[in-house]
Design a binder for this molecule. Sequence first.
Ligand SMILES: Cc1ncc(COP(=O)(O)O)c(C=O)c1O
Length: 407
Amino acid sequence: MTYHEYVQCNRLTKMGSAKFDFMTAALAEKQQTQRLRSLQPLQPIDAVQVSRSGQTYLNFSSNDYLGLSKHPALIAAAQSYTAQYGTGSTASRLVTGTYEIHTQLESKLAIACGQEAALLFNSGFQANSTVLAALLDRQSLVLCDRLVHRSLIQGILASQARFIRYQHNDLNHLESQLQQAIQKSYHRILIVTETVFSMDGDQSDVSALIQLADRYQAILYLDDAHAIGMLGKNGMGLAAHQPVDLTIGTCGKAFGSFGAFVACSQPLKDYLINCCPGLIYTTALPPAVIGAIDAALDLMPSLESDRQTLQQTAAGLRHQLRSIGYDPGTSTTHLVPIWLGAESRALQLSQWLAQQGILATAIRPPTVPIDTARIRLALSSQHTQAHYRKLLDSLAQWQAATNELGI
Ligand SMILES: Cc1ncc(COP(=O)(O)O)c(C=O)c1O
């Protein structure tokens, strides 16, 4: 049954009206272009293995880069904070949702990031989509890297500011835009980019961005989501201890938990507490999450050798991928894409890997630009040499099979 037929049938029995035809059309179109997505439940077994429909898979698609989501210290802290403070924070931060554990964690995060202040948010998406809107107005200009995450775009669009995307990591292009911008009378100019790009695993040049922001008096907004926990001093990201106006850190990736924070100056924090709807009009993060983030933060300095080993492993993997005919693009980190171009190839390879017991999701437009479909391998310190051998053997087999068939 096609999606259209399924929905038609559903509509007749349940909805009985044409008012949802727009959904039928949108979903049918996604099905036709093989872009219809659905949720596929699984059960975590450990930090790198999951089971789905009775089969065990090696997970190369999780952002749990240090395996902390299953770490006993995080679990114990989440449990003890719950026992002491309850399961919910019961209100927004500005009402009665700021417990001492929230402010203590913010102070610790600020110190660890080498910034004056930090402010918790409920997720990276929520932070990006609301902080940017709070900082900008219609007479502002945003210059952002062409490949930034959807949450950043969401915040920029919500602000209604003028918006120009510069070529990926091309700081000459950015500077030429800045030169033009200062001739005009914008209220503010913001430079927005990521430090480690989520789908490419490459990095931006943070020092050069700081210099440009300084030279043109622009506000520098860096999303450190994939560097937090992984890179920089004590793993606190590429923007830590640097004169960056505002950094977004997320806690659902290498921190193994959930939530996010802004690291910034105290006046900027005060401004967000007063003017950012995504902070004001939402229930504060629950105690269990605060406990888990706090425990992850305490572990960070001791995980340096895990981080270094993982980056060496990633370099070795990129080398081996090239040697068997794959292209890991511009990756320099623990995120290693395999460029395939056509969406059908990315899907075929992802399905082949699943048959071999490996979970490696195909990343396709609109998440990445057209004709740049890829498999995004997210490496974890908990992957073993045997796991990499299995991955590389499976990739080599697929390469051999497709070469033979001339695909
Ligand atoms: C660069 C970037 N920023 C923000 C987010 C959103 O973070 P969160 O998962 O905490 O909402 C993501 C998540 O994928 C990301 O890759």
